[in-house]
Design a protein. Structure first.
Length: 277
């Protein structure tokens, strides 16, 4: 191994270690704080271990006072419905754009690109007025309509997968009398499941961690999600640091567990979609 290669590897691992420290140390401090009392938190170093990891009073209080259980239920419902709608809309859009030739096709793809380039906050007033006019403001319908919408990354990954699915499959099915709907339902959609799993996981984590859309379009406390429940909890118990730490961990756990369990599917789907067969 050359000297330059060794130096490059050393720099790489140093940067990787530094990034890991910057990401995980704050989380570790919050975990320690969640098992401490406020007195213990004030008298000891943030890096010191709690006296007992069996001290779960902070978690119990956070679940009750922060309405985290209700927030988890609303978040789960929002994730499932959004995922199903987004999956169906995204696969159908990609199927049409990949398999059919029609006028304005390039302009449609350009519009998707523009939607990614234009900052979302510049169109927020118009979107708010539209959803308010539709009568879905302060209901689950408002964020659902936003989350179900597809984007250019989703379209790109689906279209890359479709490039690897032979058009001859479509033609053979059409010779047997299958309609485009039947071809999509019986051939295309099942073959897109790896990409769908990848995008569904990414979408789910994004929705679980989103605060802006959920707080803006669902201010009713009965519709609070995990993320918005935490912001309300912080505003009411800002002085109780140990309980806030417990609340943060409760909100963090679902997304973290979900991502850790399914991370190999995420990377596999992204890599498969990035290389044409």
């Amino acid at each position: 191994m050359s000297k330059q290669r060794v130096v490059a590897n050393i720099v790489y691992y140093m940067l990787f270690t530094l990034m890991a420290i910057l990401i995980f140390v704050p989380i570790l401090l919050v975990v320690f704080g969640s098992f401490k009392t406020n007195l213990e938190l004030a008298e000891t170093s943030p890096f010191s271990l709690p006296k007992s990891f069996l001290h779960i009073d902070n978690y119990v209080s956070a679940l009750k006072e922060g309405n985290m259980i209700r927030g988890l239920g609303n978040s789960f419902l929002l994730v499932v419905l959004s995922m199903l709608g987004n999956m169906l809309l995204g696969t159908m859009t990609a199927f049409v754009l990949n398999r059919f030739q029609f006028r304005m096709k390039k302009w449609i793809l350009l519009l998707f690109m523009m939607a990614m380039i234009i900052p979302a906050y510049t169109t927020e007033i118009a979107r708010f007025q539209l959803l308010h006019t539709l009568g879905v403001y302060n209901t689950l319908g408002a964020p659902l309509l936003i989350y179900i919408g597809t984007d250019i990354m989703q379209i790109y990954i689906y279209m890359q997968f479709l490039e690897k699915i032979s058009v001859q499959l479509d033609e053979s099915a059409m010779l047997d009398g299958a309609s485009y709907v039947r071809i999509f339902r019986s051939i295309i959609f099942p073959l897109l499941l790896p990409a769908t799993a990848t995008l569904a996981i990414l979408k789910s984590v994004t929705i679980m961690n989103d605060i802006f859309v959920q707080q803006l379009y669902m201010p009713d406390k009965k519709l609070a999600t995990l993320a918005t429940s935490l912001t309300s909890f912080v505003s009411t118990r800002s002085s109780d640091l140990s309980m806030l730490c417990a609340g943060i961990i409760i909100v963090l756990l679902p997304s973290a567990i979900f991502y850790i369990v399914f991370q190999r599917y995420i990377f596999k789907g992204l890599m498969d979609g990035a290389v044409k067969g």
